[in-house]
Design a binder for this molecule. Structure first.
Ligand code: FMN
Length: 217
């Protein structure tokens, strides 16, 4: 697919078909994604690609922990947000909610339990960063995350970044034998989209470019 077409078509997918992704396709997606730029070409990303029964086990563990600890999806702000930001968050809730209501689903439960279950995707990708790096290297992780979402879309796959799981880092590290010196930065659900599910029908809008840019000439 043409790059701009993929960029415009990609959206987060929150319902998947159960079909496993062939190993070679996952390998191809990651092999392309590591062409992403990184500071001094450090390529600091490390991936744990979890499929099959191991993925089901991981989801069960995260759901159990969520039920015990009730840490919910949150952007983790350190100060109150400017109104324009909160408005965008509320707008995305209002956009998604009618589709969930059609299915009799409650928003918070759907997002939190859905995230812990990687929305039923057959594969979860956990992206880690060695803790010797400074927080500046999270930029590199963000870039590769974006690359993966687009390359996966090009392969006809759907993705949803899952930030929530970093709250359950201890469970993930124990289950996947991730060494102590690695931080779990973000997860991602990846699989074939279930286009019959209403939760995949909506597409979040974006503000106009004037809201983001100051042209200095
Ligand atoms: C860093 C990051 C963390 C995210 N974490 C979650 C999450 O935990 N659960 C979830 O359902 N969606 C999560 N998302 C998906 C966003 O909600 C989604 O990207 C946003 O609403 C814009 O929609 P779009 O991806 O369809 O364009 C995350 C996205 C990013 C970039």
């Amino acid at each position: 697919m043409e790059l701009l077409k993929v960029i415009n078509e990609r959206k987060s997918i929150r319902a998947f078909k159960p079909d496993e992704i062939p190993h070679q396709i996952l390998e191809n997606i990651l092999a392309h994604s590591i062409k992403a730029p990184s500071a001094i070409n450090l390529q600091p990303w490390e991936f744990y690609v979890v499929s099959g029964e191991e993925k089901a086990r991981l989801s069960r563990r995260l759901l159990k922990s969520y039920k015990e600890r009730q840490i919910s999806c949150s952007p983790g702000n350190i100060k109150p947000l400017e109104e324009k930001f909160t408005k965008r968050g509320v707008a995305s809730f209002e956009l998604m909610n009618p589709y969930l209501e059609k299915l009799g689903l409650e928003f918070n439960r759907f997002i939190n339990e859905g995230s812990c279950n990687f929305y039923g995707a057959p594969t979860a990708i956990i992206i880690c960063l060695d803790n010797s790096f400074s927080k500046a290297r999270l930029v590199d992780i963000g870039i590769i995350l974006g690359f993966i979402t687009l390359i996966a879309c090009d392969y006809g796959l759907g993705t949803c970044p899952i930030g929530l799981i970093s709250a359950y880092e201890d469970d993930i590290k124990e289950m996947l034998n991730i060494p102590d010196n690695k931080d779990v930065v973000i997860g991602m659900a990846i699989g074939y989209p279930d286009w019959t599910n209403p939760v995949n029908e909506f597409k979040t809008p974006r503000d106009t470019i004037d809201n983001f840019v100051k042209w200095i000439e």
